[in-house]
Design a protein around this ligand. Structure first.
Ligand code: GDP
Ligand code: MG
Length: 167
Protein backbone atom coordinates (compact mmCIF):
# COMPACT_ATOMS: atom_id res chain seq x y z
CA UNK A 1 0.00 0.00 0.00
CA UNK A 2 1.30 3.46 -0.74
CA UNK A 3 0.10 6.86 0.23
CA UNK A 4 0.65 10.38 -0.94
CA UNK A 5 1.79 12.61 1.90
CA UNK A 6 2.01 16.33 1.16
CA UNK A 7 4.46 18.43 3.14
CA UNK A 8 3.09 21.95 2.86
CA UNK A 9 4.05 25.31 4.28
CA UNK A 10 5.34 28.69 3.23
CA UNK A 11 8.95 28.94 2.04
CA UNK A 12 11.71 28.60 4.63
CA UNK A 13 9.78 26.78 7.37
CA UNK A 14 12.01 23.71 6.98
CA UNK A 15 10.12 21.34 4.67
CA UNK A 16 13.21 20.14 2.78
CA UNK A 17 15.23 19.83 5.98
CA UNK A 18 12.46 17.71 7.50
CA UNK A 19 12.23 15.41 4.53
CA UNK A 20 16.00 14.94 4.40
CA UNK A 21 15.85 13.91 8.07
CA UNK A 22 12.91 11.54 7.50
CA UNK A 23 14.71 9.82 4.67
CA UNK A 24 18.03 9.98 6.47
CA UNK A 25 19.84 11.26 3.47
CA UNK A 26 19.95 14.21 1.13
CA UNK A 27 17.60 12.99 -1.55
CA UNK A 28 15.05 15.78 -1.54
CA UNK A 29 14.43 16.85 -5.08
CA UNK A 30 14.21 20.57 -5.62
CA UNK A 31 12.88 22.07 -8.80
CA UNK A 32 13.68 25.44 -10.32
CA UNK A 33 10.25 25.55 -11.94
CA UNK A 34 7.72 26.55 -9.31
CA UNK A 35 4.01 26.15 -9.98
CA UNK A 36 4.45 24.35 -13.28
CA UNK A 37 3.74 20.93 -11.88
CA UNK A 38 1.03 19.68 -9.53
CA UNK A 39 3.49 17.96 -7.24
CA UNK A 40 7.21 17.73 -6.89
CA UNK A 41 8.12 14.32 -5.54
CA UNK A 42 10.44 14.92 -2.64
CA UNK A 43 11.14 11.34 -1.66
CA UNK A 44 9.81 7.86 -1.10
CA UNK A 45 10.03 6.13 2.27
CA UNK A 46 9.50 2.40 2.12
CA UNK A 47 9.08 0.13 5.13
CA UNK A 48 7.82 -3.38 4.55
CA UNK A 49 4.68 -3.16 2.46
CA UNK A 50 4.16 0.48 3.34
CA UNK A 51 5.35 3.21 1.08
CA UNK A 52 4.98 6.88 1.84
CA UNK A 53 5.42 9.14 -1.14
CA UNK A 54 6.27 12.61 0.13
CA UNK A 55 5.38 15.44 -2.20
CA UNK A 56 5.90 19.15 -2.20
CA UNK A 57 2.88 21.22 -3.26
CA UNK A 58 4.25 24.60 -4.26
CA UNK A 59 2.42 27.86 -4.50
CA UNK A 60 -0.12 27.38 -1.72
CA UNK A 61 1.08 30.54 0.02
CA UNK A 62 0.60 32.81 -2.97
CA UNK A 63 -2.09 35.44 -2.67
CA UNK A 64 -4.87 35.08 -5.20
CA UNK A 65 -5.90 38.72 -5.49
CA UNK A 66 -4.26 39.03 -8.88
CA UNK A 67 -5.76 37.04 -11.73
CA UNK A 68 -2.37 35.73 -12.79
CA UNK A 69 -1.79 34.29 -9.33
CA UNK A 70 -5.24 32.70 -9.33
CA UNK A 71 -4.39 31.08 -12.62
CA UNK A 72 -0.96 29.90 -11.46
CA UNK A 73 -2.46 28.58 -8.24
CA UNK A 74 -5.26 26.55 -9.74
CA UNK A 75 -3.15 23.46 -10.31
CA UNK A 76 -1.44 23.76 -6.94
CA UNK A 77 -4.72 24.15 -5.05
CA UNK A 78 -6.47 21.25 -6.68
CA UNK A 79 -3.40 19.09 -6.21
CA UNK A 80 -4.26 18.54 -2.55
CA UNK A 81 -7.29 16.53 -3.71
CA UNK A 82 -5.40 13.30 -4.37
CA UNK A 83 -3.37 13.57 -1.18
CA UNK A 84 -4.08 11.21 1.72
CA UNK A 85 -2.40 13.19 4.47
CA UNK A 86 -1.15 16.75 4.82
CA UNK A 87 1.79 17.67 7.02
CA UNK A 88 1.50 21.42 7.57
CA UNK A 89 4.84 22.85 8.65
CA UNK A 90 4.95 26.16 10.50
CA UNK A 91 7.78 27.92 12.24
CA UNK A 92 8.22 28.15 16.03
CA UNK A 93 6.07 30.91 17.46
CA UNK A 94 5.86 32.81 14.19
CA UNK A 95 2.63 33.09 12.15
CA UNK A 96 2.46 35.11 8.91
CA UNK A 97 -0.06 35.91 6.18
CA UNK A 98 1.55 33.22 4.04
CA UNK A 99 0.89 30.63 6.76
CA UNK A 100 -2.74 31.75 6.80
CA UNK A 101 -2.94 31.42 3.01
CA UNK A 102 -1.65 27.84 3.18
CA UNK A 103 -4.09 27.01 5.99
CA UNK A 104 -6.99 28.32 3.89
CA UNK A 105 -6.06 25.89 1.10
CA UNK A 106 -5.83 23.06 3.61
CA UNK A 107 -9.31 23.86 4.93
CA UNK A 108 -10.69 23.95 1.37
CA UNK A 109 -9.17 20.54 0.61
CA UNK A 110 -10.86 18.76 3.54
CA UNK A 111 -7.85 16.41 3.75
CA UNK A 112 -6.64 15.19 7.16
CA UNK A 113 -3.90 17.48 8.42
CA UNK A 114 -1.20 17.23 11.07
CA UNK A 115 0.46 20.41 12.28
CA UNK A 116 4.23 20.37 12.68
CA UNK A 117 5.56 23.27 14.70
CA UNK A 118 9.15 23.30 13.51
CA UNK A 119 12.28 25.15 14.68
CA UNK A 120 11.26 24.58 18.29
CA UNK A 121 14.98 24.79 19.06
CA UNK A 122 14.78 28.49 18.18
CA UNK A 123 12.21 29.18 20.86
CA UNK A 124 14.30 30.39 23.78
CA UNK A 125 11.44 30.79 26.22
CA UNK A 126 9.53 27.50 26.15
CA UNK A 127 6.70 29.16 28.10
CA UNK A 128 6.04 31.14 24.91
CA UNK A 129 5.36 27.97 22.95
CA UNK A 130 2.36 26.71 24.92
CA UNK A 131 0.04 29.70 24.35
CA UNK A 132 1.02 29.65 20.68
CA UNK A 133 0.23 25.92 20.37
CA UNK A 134 -3.10 26.55 22.06
CA UNK A 135 -3.86 29.34 19.59
CA UNK A 136 -2.87 27.14 16.63
CA UNK A 137 -5.10 24.33 17.88
CA UNK A 138 -8.07 26.67 17.62
CA UNK A 139 -7.41 27.51 13.96
CA UNK A 140 -8.28 24.10 12.50
CA UNK A 141 -9.18 20.56 13.54
CA UNK A 142 -5.63 19.21 13.26
CA UNK A 143 -5.40 15.50 14.06
CA UNK A 144 -2.03 16.01 15.74
CA UNK A 145 0.03 19.00 16.75
CA UNK A 146 3.73 18.22 17.13
CA UNK A 147 6.48 20.61 18.15
CA UNK A 148 9.70 19.52 16.49
CA UNK A 149 13.11 20.44 15.22
CA UNK A 150 13.91 19.14 11.75
CA UNK A 151 17.43 20.50 12.09
CA UNK A 152 18.19 18.68 15.35
CA UNK A 153 16.08 15.67 14.39
CA UNK A 154 13.76 16.17 17.36
CA UNK A 155 10.50 14.19 16.99
CA UNK A 156 11.39 13.22 13.40
CA UNK A 157 11.55 9.44 13.97
CA UNK A 158 8.27 9.62 15.91
CA UNK A 159 6.65 11.48 13.01
CA UNK A 160 7.94 9.01 10.43
CA UNK A 161 6.58 6.06 12.40
CA UNK A 162 3.21 7.75 12.83
CA UNK A 163 2.95 8.39 9.09
CA UNK A 164 3.87 4.79 8.25
CA UNK A 165 1.20 3.53 10.68
CA UNK A 166 -1.37 5.86 9.13
CA UNK A 167 -0.94 4.46 5.60
P1 GDP B 1 11.77 25.01 3.01
O1 GDP B 1 11.82 26.23 2.15
O2 GDP B 1 10.48 24.95 3.76
O3 GDP B 1 12.07 23.75 2.28
O4 GDP B 1 12.90 25.22 4.16
P2 GDP B 1 14.36 24.58 4.24
O5 GDP B 1 14.30 23.14 4.62
O6 GDP B 1 15.11 24.92 3.01
O7 GDP B 1 14.95 25.38 5.51
C1 GDP B 1 15.02 26.79 5.53
C2 GDP B 1 16.05 27.22 6.59
O8 GDP B 1 15.60 26.89 7.89
C3 GDP B 1 17.40 26.54 6.42
O9 GDP B 1 18.41 27.47 6.72
C4 GDP B 1 17.36 25.43 7.47
O10 GDP B 1 18.64 25.07 7.92
C5 GDP B 1 16.57 26.08 8.57
N1 GDP B 1 15.85 25.09 9.41
C6 GDP B 1 15.09 24.05 9.00
N2 GDP B 1 14.61 23.34 10.06
C7 GDP B 1 15.09 23.95 11.17
C8 GDP B 1 14.94 23.70 12.59
O11 GDP B 1 14.28 22.76 13.05
N3 GDP B 1 15.57 24.57 13.43
C9 GDP B 1 16.30 25.63 12.98
N4 GDP B 1 16.88 26.42 13.88
N5 GDP B 1 16.47 25.88 11.66
C10 GDP B 1 15.87 25.07 10.77
MG1 MG C 1 12.32 23.38 0.26
Amino acid sequence: YCGLVAIVGRPNVGKSTLLNKILGQKVSITSRKPQTTRHRIMGIDTEGAHQAIYVDTPGLHIEEKRAINRFMNRAASSSLDDVGLILFVVEGTRWTEDDQMVLNKIKQSGVECWLLVNKSDNVKDKAQLMPHLKWLAEQHNFTHIMPMSAKLGKNVTELRDMVQKQL
